[in-house]
Design a protein around this ligand. Structure first.
Ligand SMILES: Cc1cc2nc3c(=O)[nH]c(=O)nc-3n(C[C@H](O)[C@H](O)[C@H](O)COP(=O)(O)OP(=O)(O)OC[C@H]3O[C@@H](n4cnc5c(N)ncnc54)[C@H](O)[C@@H]3O)c2cc1C
Length: 382
């Protein structure tokens, strides 16, 4: 079925991205998963091909398109299971902070390199002591003359080893009441003295992602690295979380489709009791139900993409999509693994990694419980 909101020009772009992913990304995935990180050369190539910062302003080297093109890049990477290369984090989660809130000087300095795939981006929100409760971050950025001095610890930071520039959530006014008013966003380059990369964390899934600890130890950055105004950090984060969560929903549905397609192919091949297991009614009903849910999820996500491109406030609906599609992804990968029998438990079968990779989708970018808190609040409850 043709998708609403995606025309010929989008499909042309999709075929270009797919060709690039098949030729230059897919062959590297096994190595990334083994090493626990992607490689800079592939990022640079993606930049060269124009697949990074597709929404970023043309004045800085971006393609100036809309979020539909970002969604296509995410979908094609999810289709290839290229989770090590989190283009959405770089292009659609971190880059918009610079593009929307950066000063002209900041944009000139960092956007062109980010779009070329030379300056890789990350965001440091989560700390060992707090994730969901963002207003409670303990990392401090205290003004000292023309500088901020950062101290604190962050964890679970994607692109933590490979990243060059990080948006850091820190308290510039630790005494602020309410606490979220003391939060600011500071840009920190990874080669700044006092920026310390910690362990690359060993994870259940997303094996190709270098999720890491980051420490700030008397890390001095120029005051001009402040993004927007002091005390506005929380507001900026809230503004950008709609897109971050939509990215997760987009990739979730694409990952579901891939796992489903592979499972349909598998059950046609695998035989039991003298027939392909596709012949059992249980297999047919299970896959028919899952295929229906993927269509429902895709229709909802496509509607939200359209609304997001128009600039609508769809925080409530995006929160719905984020929890529902990621929940679907977890159920779907579990059911598809079951249909693979023992082979589903073997890592040589992609469904095993799909199952492991799905687990995090309901956790990051705001847990699914937090999504329901937001929905309930917007319904006027609590
Ligand atoms: C692979 C991976 C990559 C990540 N990448 C990044 C990154 O690049 N940058 C970054 O900053 N962070 C990143 N994170 C962190 C992620 O965003 C946090 O893990 C997430 O926000 C949850 O925070 P937490 O782990 O502290 O869990 P907690 O906040 O401790 O939550 C624990 C449990 O309590 C529940 N809970 C908490 N508050 C409520 C409430 N009010 N009502 C009901 N239930 C509640 C949660 O839903 C959860 O089930 C990443 C995490 C992972 C696993």
């Amino acid at each position: 079925m043709r998708r609403d909101g995606f025309g010929d020009e989008h499909e042309l772009f999709r075929s270009q991205v797919r060709r690039f992913v098949e030729r230059e990304v897919a062959p590297k995935i096994a190595e990334w998963n083994a090493r626990g990180t992607s490689d800079r050369e592939t990022w640079r190539r993606a930049g060269e091909e124009g697949f990074l910062g597709v929404n970023a302003p043309e004045a800085y080297g971006g393609a100036g398109t809309d979020f539909r093109y970002s969604a296509i890049v995410m979908e094609e990477l999810a289709r290839a299971r290229a989770h090590g290369m989190m283009v959405s984090l770089h292009s659609d989660i971190c880059m918009p902070y610079l593009a929307s809130f950066g000063s002209e000087e900041q944009k000139q300095k960092w956007l062109p390199g980010a779009i070329r795939g030379e300056t890789l981006l990350g965001i440091c929100m989560t700390e060992p002591g707090t994730g969901s409760d963002l207003a409670n971050v303990q990392t401090r950025a205290i003004r000292d003359g023309d500088h901020y001095v950062l101290n604190g610890a962050k964890t679970f930071i994607s692109n933590g080893q490979i990243g060059d520039l990080f948006v850091v959530v820190a308290k510039t006014d630790p005494a602020a009441d309410p606490p979220h008013k003391g939060i600011s966003l500071i840009l920190v380059e990874a080669d700044t003295p006092g920026f310390v990369r910690g362990r690359k964390l060993d994870k259940l899934g997303l094996r190709g992602q270098d999720t890491s600890e980051i420490f700030f130890q008397d890390c001095r950055v120029p005051a001009s690295n402040l993004l927007g105004k002091e005390g506005q950090g929380f507001r900026m984060l809230m503004e950008k979380l709609q897109q971050e969560r939509l990215c997760i929903a987009v990739s979730s549905v694409a990952s579901c489709q891939r796992a489903l397609d592979d499972t349909v192919a598998y059950v046609k091949e695998r035989r039991a009791f003298g027939q392909p297991i596709a012949g059992f009614q249980n297999t047919q009903f299970k896959l028919a139900e899952l295929a229906t849910e993927v269509e429902v999820g895709q229709a909802f996500v496509d509607r939200l993409i359209g609304a997001h491109v128009r600039g609508d406030d769809v925080v409530k609906e995006v929160s719905m999509a984020k929890w529902w599609t990621t929940d679907l992804q977890k159920r779907l990968t579990a059911d598809c693994l079951q249909l693979h029998g023992g082979y589903g438990f073997m890592l040589e079968y992609p469904i095993a990694m799909d199952y492991a990779d799905a687990a995090v989708q309901s956790i990051y970018a705001g847990t699914n419980e937090i999504m329901k808190v937001i929905i309930a609040r917007r319904m006027g409850l609590g």
